[in-house]
Design a protein around this ligand. Structure first.
Ligand SMILES: [Zn+2]
Ligand SMILES: [Zn+2]
Ligand SMILES: [Zn+2]
Length: 259
């Protein structure tokens, strides 16, 4: 069972502030308007730590959250903002001396070694590159990780099929446009807390927008919804205030107690 979730990064692909941008949000001093690339930490009741995605801010996120060991790593998809912190996975081998159990869809298990080929060939000495143990997850299946039942299926995100995950009564879905009717039926009523991407209010071709994500929370009957992967068009205070009571905006460092 998952007892705690920490939002390691709540930002869209550019992060916030956006390089060179002079808008109000990018210039804001509110720490909740400073967003690193999307990632979360899950902590189980017996103290295991799971991480979802390793974006470009991964190193700072691990240092900030004081993470010394990863019991399981999951990839939603392999867009740059979700995997380009990959090389900093090296450090975990220094301490654990064992590969990180990594869970990803079959096509991503082919794409990841293509993208980071150097880590999947002989590097000369252990620890020179990330050391992962790739576990292929079923597209529409249920599997067990460290005693936690995980359920995953794929959702369209432009021309990529993202994996979304449910860990008991907690679900994480980032980078998707819509869930199908049967996927909504599959998860409806099973989720207490869900963190899902929303980006901003304006229409987006490959992402669910904030209003669309709120509609998804309603359809899934989640008790509490948290919207993440936010762009610089969203001010935490200004835009968070008008949301339905059970919905809030994510921010970096947000700590969600699931007990
Ligand atoms: Zn993304
Ligand atoms: Zn801006
Ligand atoms: Zn993406």
């Amino acid at each position: 069972m998952i007892k705690r979730v920490v939002i390691l990064g709540s930002g869209t692909s550019t992060g916030v502030p956006v390089i060179g941008c002079s808008c109000d949000v990018c210039q804001s001093n509110d720490p909740k308007n400073k967003r690193t690339r999307a990632s979360i930490l899950l902590e189980t009741v017996d103290g295991k730590q799971f991480v979802i995605d390793t974006g470009p801010d991964f190193r700072a996120q691990m240092l900030g959250a004081g993470i010394r060991s990863i019991d399981a790593l999951f990839y939603t998809h392999l867009h740059a903002d979700h995997c380009h912190g990959f090389d900093d996975l090296r450090a975990f081998y220094f301490w654990d001396k064992s590969p990180i159990p990594t869970y990803l869809a079959k096509d991503f298990s082919v794409e990841l070694p293509q993208r980071f080929y150097y880590a999947f060939s002989d590097s000369g000495y252990p620890g020179a590159t990330p050391n992962l143990n790739l576990n292929i997850i079923p597209d529409d299946g249920v599997f067990d990780v460290g005693g936690v039942e995980v359920e995953t299926f794929r959702v369209a995100h432009g021309n990529v099929m993202t994996s979304v995950f449910r860990f008991g009564s907690f679900a994480y879905a980032t980078d998707f446009k819509t869930f199908s009717g049967s996927q909504i039926e599959q998860w409806r009523g099973k989720i207490k807390v869900m963190v899902a991407s929303g980006v901003h209010f304006d229409a987006h071709p490959t992402h669910s927008t904030i209003p669309e994500t709120i509609e998804l929370f309603d359809k899934l009957e989640v008790e509490r919804g948290v919207i993440s992967h936010l762009s610089h068009k969203i001010s935490y205070l200004r835009d968070g205030a008008g949301l339905p009571k059970k919905v809030s905006l994510a921010y970096d460092g947000m700590d969600i107690d699931l007990t």
